[in-house]
Design a protein around this ligand. Structure first.
Ligand code: DMJ
Length: 631
């Protein structure tokens, strides 16, 4: 069609606009575009729009994703990532990471802290110790680490001045020897089994076992505080780095509530209190949460096994045909669970163990004794077997240690402990014809005149509790502790290897020896040297160091292999038949107690620390504002 030119008429644009209108419109449009584009720079980082428009040149999302997967476990569906900020050293001690392994730590810092130094400093200031970046801090804390450290009566590792005076002394050499054993045990584990639960030194490989629900690295976690204590700094950093990078909690097997608590949670809690490193606090709490389904029972008495995947629980099949919970297991949670509450602010942990205490407080006790099997459904005892060794042991230990850990405010624990000890003395303690004091096992009034290696911790426990007994009982308990410890030493002295059997009897004219080959093994257990350590601190009698040194020599001779330490199958044979297992408690307990036996009393002073039943030190609550309030 022809468009004719009409005078006075300004032709319209193709959109039907005149020129001035078109100009105004274009001006408006360009203003709008400028505004929108500028706004992109002001949007928050998380804005999808911003990523959409700017990512290709300024954010490189592909690289970012790769970096996250490499350094943050959570990106692979794991729990909270680690926090590498350095810990505040305790008064009078060095930061274990400050010398030998500072290079490694700095490398780690570079990998995991993409934020600048200013942000790191701000984050660290916030917590009083170490802090996580906001997206990592999934377990908030009001715990003031610096205030906690300032309340300790002694430097954690003791007074260095004293130790430096005696570099040539015998005790110094002995302590260095034990340190060398720890280094060897750790390095062997690291070389052949790093990340597995235990080392098998003969086959030179790792072993996972079936107690930990799929969790790995029990030896790493159990070793942390011993490495720290012995100032094996490089090894401590190796262990810590493994926890940060490889200790994952998203496992789905069946776990022993007791073993996970005493080894993993105990080890992580201690590592936190010693270093202030957030990674240990957070992993302890998250693991504690995974144990809570064990308490879903009519009485609140937990069952022994918890399924990490389904959250179901069950009792051990061997515990009265799967009907019972075990005294030593549900009775050895109190210390750790109070600390979980303190460090998380979550009262649920403390409530769980207070309920256990209540059930045990109220139930009828035959002759004042606590049998080993209790139904978590009815709350009734299922069998009248009483033992201060296996199945019962650490329940008694946790009563006296609850009293001590509460800075002597938990009166209920104190009463329960001394009442139980009195009943034990009345009904279980015996003296053999040869004059050896021992604690028998009780089956509905009938005694088995035997003592398990496990029961040998009781010398130390009774010594520890002697000071707070009624005045007229104190000397008696000190003597009882010394006599029981002497008997346990006899069980070592009467063997060919100078290591003690799993159980020893007092019958048929025999005393303090195993009567069956099935009880003649020694699996690197700590209980006897544990008692030596407590008795040494109480009496300073040189005999305890002498006895401890006998153990060191025997371990070297019969248990050391080319690739780590191993248990032996028969303490009465000088030709060792190794069991091919370096138990985690050898590093957590046996070597730690030996080291402490040859150290000053103010190294992990008993005024400041209690040891959980796996020898992990937990601090005494010197403050009355902790939140656990005594119970
Ligand atoms: C450790 O795991 C703990 O000491 C526990 O209380 C009992 N037994 C072993 C060591 O023998």
């Amino acid at each position: 069609m022809l468009v004719r030119k009409v005078p006075g008429f300004v032709p319209a644009s193709p959109w039907g606009l005149r020129l001035p209108q078109k100009f105004v419109f274009l001006l408006f449009l360009s203003g709008l575009v400028t505004l929108c584009f500028g706004a992109l720079f002001l949007l928050p980082n998380s804005s999808r729009l911003k990523r959409l428009f700017l990512a290709p040149r300024t954010q490189q999302p592909g690289l970012e994703a790769v970096a996250q997967v490499a350094s943050h476990p959570r990106a692979r569906g794991q729990e909270s990532p680690p926090n590498p900020a350095p810990a505040a050293p305790a008064p009078g001690e060095d930061d274990p990471g400050s010398q030998a392994s500072s290079r490694r730590r700095k490398g780690w810092l570079r990998r995991t802290h993409p934020t600048g130094p200013r942000e790191e400093a701000t984050a660290a200031r916030g917590s009083g110790a170490t802090a996580l970046r906001p997206q990592e801090g999934s377990v908030p804390s009001s715990f003031d680490f610096k205030a906690f450290r300032s309340r300790l009566r002694h430097p954690v590792l003791g007074t260095r001045a004293d130790r430096s005076k005696e570099p040539q002394s015998l005790v110094h050499t002995q302590r260095e020897k034990i340190k060398e054993m720890m280094r060897f045990a750790w390095q062997s584990y690291k070389r052949y089994a790093m990340g597995k639960n235990e080392l098998r030194p003969l086959t030179r490989d790792g072993y996972e076992g079936n107690m930990f629900g799929g969790l790995s690295g029990a030896t790493v976690i159990d070793s942390l505080d011993t490495l720290y204590l012995m100032e094996l700094k490089e090894e401590f950093q190796e262990a810590k780095a493994w926890v940060e990078e490889s200790f994952h909690l998203n496992v789905s097997g069946e776990a022993s509530l007791f073993e996970v608590n005493i080894r993993y949670i105990g080890g992580l809690l201690s590592a936190f209190y010693l270093t202030g490193e957030e990674v240990f606090r957070i992993k302890a709490i998250k693991l504690g949460e995974k144990l809570l389904p064990a308490f879903d029972t009519p009485t609140g008495i937990p069952k022994g096994v918890v399924n990490f995947k389904s959250g179901s629980n069950r009792s051990w099949g061997w515990a009265m045909a799967g009907s019972s919970s075990i005294l030593a297991e549900f009775g050895s949670l109190h210390l750790e669970f109070l600390h979980l509450t303190q460090l998380s602010g979550n009262q649920v942990f403390a409530e769980k163990v207070r309920n256990i205490r209540k059930v045990l407080r109220e139930i009828d006790k035959p002759f004042g004794l606590y049998p080993n099997f209790l139904s978590p459904v009815s709350g009734n005892w299922m069998q009248h077997h009483v033992s201060v060794g296996g199945l019962g042991d650490s329940f008694y230990e946790y009563l006296i240690k609850s009293w001590l850990m509460s800075a002597k405010t938990d009166m209920e624990a104190k009463e329960m402990y001394y009442e139980a000890l009195e009943a034990i003395e009345t009904h279980l303690v015996n003296v053999s014809p040869g004059g050896l004091t021992y604690i028998a096992e009780w089956r509905g009034g009938i005694l088995d005149h035997k003592m398990g290696h496990l029961a040998c911790f009781s010398g130390g426990m009774i010594a520890l509790g002697a000071e707070d007994a009624k005045e007229e009982k104190r000397a008696h308990y000190r003597e009882l502790a010394a006599q029981i410890t002497k008997t346990c030493h006899e069980s070592y002295a009467r063997s060919d290897t100078k290591l003690g059997p799993e159980a020893f009897w007092f019958n048929s004219g025999r005393e303090a020896v195993a009567t069956q080959t099935s009880e003649s093994y020694y699996i690197l257990r700590p209980e006897v040297v544990e008692s030596y350590m407590y008795l040494w601190r109480q009496t300073h009698s040189p005999i305890y160091r002498e006895w401890g040194w006998e153990v060191v020599m025997a371990l070297e001779k019969y248990c050391r292999t080319e690739a780590g330490f191993s248990g032996i199958q028969d303490v009465y044979s000088k030709v060792p038949n190794h069991d091919n297992k370096q138990q985690t408690f050898f590093l957590a307990e046996t070597l730690k107690y030996l080291y402490l036996l040859f150290s000053e009393d103010d190294m992990l002073s008993l005024e400041d620390w209690v040891f959980n039943t796996e020898a992990h030190p937990l601090p005494v609550n010197h403050s009355d504002s902790s939140g656990w309030g005594g119970g």
